[in-house]
Ligand binder design. Structure first.
Ligand code: HEM
Length: 412
């Protein structure tokens, strides 16, 4: 059973699901209560304006998967609640089929499992570089280092010059977690505005210079060359989708790595089991994805009155689908709060569900498997030093600082 106590509707009424501080603690006790007693929950987010929450696996899959009843076109990120998405219809994430399919199909080809398979040795080399010079027997910050992983993989794939990585990492972190003290540069809205402005200007400029030259065999070059429907993407569509790829990779991958190491350090049996038999790593990868659920939620808006297991959602209501809760639903996962790398089946939805299922999932899975393999090959043991510092965010479940002490393996 997760930590924390919640036993009544009054306890739940006192919880603010939008409060980043709530998520920095342990939300699982509240989600466990909601799955049982408040399957369709409503909370006010502005005077007289409510949003709904679903926490059960089946309801979360229904909301994410049924684009007729639950549209993505008004925004899908909880930090946008109350403001319609300015990128609606232009950004793949904020489109419904058929437009969504027109963009996703050609883009997805370059990110399919078959396409990314060829990148494995390059990824292994890049991952090795990130962890190459960690001090043995001395504390080092794993979460800080993991922040670089998405750029060495997805940034390189996208075709972003290495000299720009540090800026992009910072802006992506500001956009994903504008309330976190490590990334905020003032109030939440100011941080978001600056982050968006910087990333949008950056990609607008990069796309302009790319249009002026030819022969770039990277993901951005691919984005600029695809036919979505009968037309190529406009510059603004290419810019928004580059932003989405950057954020999709940066906001999630590092936190899944930190979450995995934290879980392994707290479950030495799982560490030994995966270290002694690499065939267990794929199971570790899936369980760490479920366990961490780095994308804690995504949002949709109801297009018509629709029945879910806890009641009816009315037309126009925003509905937050809590992925982190669905991935601990006891109706689907026996002993959901146990970290079990032999869990089978493991039908987690850390990458979402339905038409918007993460287009970067094959790349994320491959990267994460390589990270786990290299980590287990390199280190004999890992010890957590002090309290991990959690990312302050209602959207991303993450860690900003995770100090560890590792001892090397002879063969590393
Ligand atoms: C552990 C790593 C990752 C996790 C947990 C994750 C999670 C998710 C989830 C839950 C969604 C569904 C959004 C929705 O339903 O509205 C999604 C979509 C998406 N992700 Fe990821 N993601 C990860 C890695 C990546 C990477 C590496 C990339 C880029 C290469 C990426 C790019 C995207 C994009 C562009 C979408 C939108 C897809 C669409 O609208 O069809 N993600 N991701």
């Amino acid at each position: 059973m997760p930590a924390g106590v919640i036993g009544t509707a009054a306890d739940l009424a006192a919880v603010d699901l939008l409060d980043a501080g709530f998520h920095t603690g342990d939300p699982h006790a509240v989600w466990t209560y909601m799955r049982e007693h408040a399957r369709l929950h409503r909370q006010e987010y502005a005077p007289g304006r409510m949003f709904c929450s679903v926490t059960r696996y089946d309801d979360v899959c229904r909301v994410l998967g049924d684009h007729d009843a639950f549209t993505s076109e008004r925004g899908t990120v909880i930090t946008q609640l109350g403001h319609d998405d300015i990128a609606s219809g232009l950004l793949m994430t904020s489109c419904d089929p058929p437009r969504h399919t027109e963009v996703r199909r050609p883009l997805g080809k370059r990110l399919s499992a078959g396409a990314v398979h060829a990148m494995e040795s390059g990824i292994r080399h890049a991952v090795d570089r990130v962890f190459a010079d960690v001090p043995h027997d001395q504390p080092w910050d794993l979460a800080e280092r993991a922040l670089r992983l998405p750029m060495v993989v997805a940034g390189r794939l996208l075709g972003v010059p290495e000299s720009d990585w540090d800026n992009l990492i910072r802006w992506a972190a500001m956009a994903a977690a504008p309330e976190d003290p490590d990334f905020a540069i003032g109030a939440r809205t100011a941080t978001l505005t600056v982050a968006h402005h910087q990333i949008f200007s950056y990609f607008t400029e990069l796309i302009r210079s790319r249009r002026a030259s030819i022969g770039h065999d990277d993901l951005l070059g691919h984005l600029l060359s695809i036919q979505a429907g009968a037309q190529p993407l406009s510059d603004i569509e290419a810019m928004y989708n580059s932003y989405s790829l950057l954020l999709g990779a940066n906001a999630t991958t590092p936190h899944t790595v930190s979450g995995a190491v934290l879980a392994l350090a707290r479950n030495p049996g799982a560490w030994r089991s995966a270290r002694d038999d690499e065939a267990r790593v794929p199971g570790l990868v899936e369980e760490a994805l479920r366990w961490t659920s780095a994308a804690s939620n995504f949002m949709r808006y109801a297009t018509r009155p629709t029945r879910l297991s806890g009641g009816i959602v009315e037309t126009g209501e925003p509905v937050v689908a809590w992925i982190g809760s669905a991935n601990r639903d006891e109706a689907v996962f026996p002993d959901p709060h146990t970290f079990d790398i032999t869990r089978h089946p493991n039908r987690h939805i850390a990458f979402g569900y339905g038409p918007h299922y993460c287009v970067g999932a094959p790349l994320a899975r491959l990267t994460f498997r390589v990270v786990c393999e290299q980590f287990l090959r390199r280190f004999e043991s890992v010890e957590i030093i002090g309290e991990p510092q959690r990312l302050r965010s209602s959207f991303i479940n993450g860690t900003t600082h995770l100090r560890v002490r590792t001892t090397g393996r002879e063969q590393a």
